[in-house]
Design a protein around this ligand. Sequence first.
Ligand code: PEP
Ligand code: MN
Length: 355
Amino acid sequence: MRDLQPICFPGVRTRRPLLIAGPCSAETEEQLLRTARELAAEGVGIFRAGIWKPRTKPGGFEGIGVEGLAWLARVKRETGMYTATEVATRGHVEAALGAGVDLLWIGARTSANPFAMQEIADALRGCDVPVLVKNPVSPDLELWIGALERIYNAGIRRLGAIHRGFTWIDKSLYRNHPMWAIPIELRRRIPGLPLFCDPSHIGGKRELVAPLAQQAMDLGFDGLIVEAHCAPDSAWSDKAQQVTPDAFAYIVRNLIIREMTVTTENLTELRAEIDKLDDQLLELLTRRMRISREIGQYKKEHDMPVLQTQRYEELLARRAAQAVELGMDREFMRTVFQAIHEESIRQQMRILNNR
Ligand code: PEP
Ligand code: MN
């Protein structure tokens, strides 16, 4: 994807972060217009609202449908904001573009489905509209990249990705686990691709919007898409995570945007120190693997199974608890030791199967 074009709109500030804000769902014409006017007054240039809502379970509010497209057109006429909505089918794409929507995004439940992605891509062929692809619900970078590639192959060049967190088995502070390493790896794989963060869907609670937005800025994200509603507590969907336009403006004003290009002498020194520590980490891991292979040899000679679940559980729990005491995240340490253990097992299996 070498010839991607920036996502920018005449009259919308280009300085980081590019801001998209608006309610989870378009509910009524009044709600939409009121929210839009308040956001426009705060200087927001791109207005989001879900017209079709993919709900996990039937029976919830599934979106107002095409009727709401006329309201979005009115928002555009009356406030001058550009408009954005989620599309999941060919019909949505055609209706949204027909109604003059300026930016389309694809939701997390849709980007997980290659058939749906291909249908949308086919519908977009020949159109020149910016498209943002949310990560699929599962932490699967290849699936996310595949979804982006389908849209790119349809000729869309103003393409971007939205990080909205991932479904995860463990209970956590977040509605959707951020797993920052995945969008960071996406950036490494497709360097020119604009990255947006959706702190509303990651956090699931309004008090998490500000810290998550700041974290995204610190990680070099280009934009934010945030759910804002004129009366969040009475929203028809996702009420716990929506903020008022006023609160949104406050959050944005307080973001610290750190300059990414300057590096100082100090930083060079600190980076050299990190490199040295990484060398040591590698050396330690090599030694650990060697001992692990010796254990493998012993297990082989004594007909023991490779995986000894109880010892593994103890090891994970003990190291995770220690990590917390040392100021690190429990999940982080579990992930590190799971990865080490996996490689250990792989090396032992090789010894066992090598007769
Ligand atoms: C949304 O943006 O309102 C939405 C449905 O998000 P996601 O696809 O990330 O769940
Ligand atoms: Mn939502």
